[in-house]
Design a binder for this molecule. Structure first.
Ligand SMILES: Nc1ncnc2c1ncn2[C@@H]1O[C@H](COP(=O)(O)OP(=O)(O)OP(=O)(O)O)[C@@H](O)[C@H]1O
Length: 232
């Protein structure tokens, strides 16, 4: 198994209140799977993504990736894990405004041990003709593609996406999902997508539903609907 999450618990303290955000969460994901995490607002989806990505620590339980227990790592090892293993895509693109598309991607290329070829990536993402533009000169969809390129250039084994289509209109969202499907197939990247868009569940191998910090549904799809045929 590529990723195993066992009995993970997470609490937040604020003043005198003590909130349990993840309650004995156990799920597993195979190498190369596309996976969606669904659930109501406040159910713990982003928190789960953040602990898997090493952006936050669990209070109990274990997270193991390729037999390496990341929930035990100290801060330095955790930042190496994030650098070498994980790509993040957030709803807000976090591009650097005074760098061009190509330069925004290059910043991450320099940090990687085994980066992908930037020109090929720009081609795959349909960004070749925009590579010398600044983020402010791009549409929302193009900015999101640039954010995806930044996450992918280091060739991460695990791509974590928090509401990747949250800020996009319908047709740009479909374009983005087609692209994610292509990336998963071309590079074999394992993907975890947190979303409110339930239509996405039909194009992924595995569906996890969370409510009040607990996994309430967890299944694999027998047949997949291609992203280009999704409707909502
Ligand atoms: N740093 C924090 N400190 C205190 N409470 C937090 C913190 N981060 C999240 N929470 C709380 O944890 C709960 C789960 O938050 P989380 O962001 O994981 O939910 P979500 O399912 O991703 O929600 P949404 O769909 O609205 O993004 C919420 O009640 C939230 O207020």
């Amino acid at each position: 198994m590529f990723l195993e999450i066992k009995d993970v618990e997470k609490y937040y303290e604020s003043g005198t209140t003590h909130t349990q955000v993840l309650n004995k969460v156990s799920v597993s994901i195979e190498n190369g799977e596309r996976c969606v995490i669904l659930g109501p607002s406040g159910s713990g989806k982003s928190t789960l993504l953040n602990v898997i990505g090493g952006l936050d620590q669990v209070d109990s339980g274990t997270i193991t990736i390729e037999n390496k227990e990341i929930s035990k790592l100290k801060s330095k090892e955790l930042s190496l894990y994030r650098r070498d293993y994980v790509g993040f895509i957030f709803q807000f693109y976090n591009l650097i405004p005074n760098l061009t598309v190509r330069e925004n991607i290059q910043v991450l290329e320099f940090l990687a041990n085994n980066p992908l070829n930037i020109e090929e990536l720009l081609d795959t993402l349909g960004l070749a003709e925009h590579k010398n533009k600044f983020p402010s000169q791009l549409s929302g969809g193009q900015q999101q593609r640039c954010a995806i390129a930044r996450a992918l250039v280091k060739n991460p084994k695990l791509l974590l996406c928090d509401e990747p289509t949250g800020a996009l209109d319908y047709s740009t969202s479909i374009e983005m999902l087609i692209l994610m499907e292509q990336i998963n197939e071309k590079f074999g990247t394992t993907m975890l997508i947190v979303t409110h868009n339930t239509a996405i569940k039909d194009m992924v191998h595995k569906v996890i539903k969370i409510k009040d910090g607990r996994v309430v549904e967890d299944y694999r799809n027998d047949t997949l609907i291609p992203a280009k045929n999704l409707e909502w």
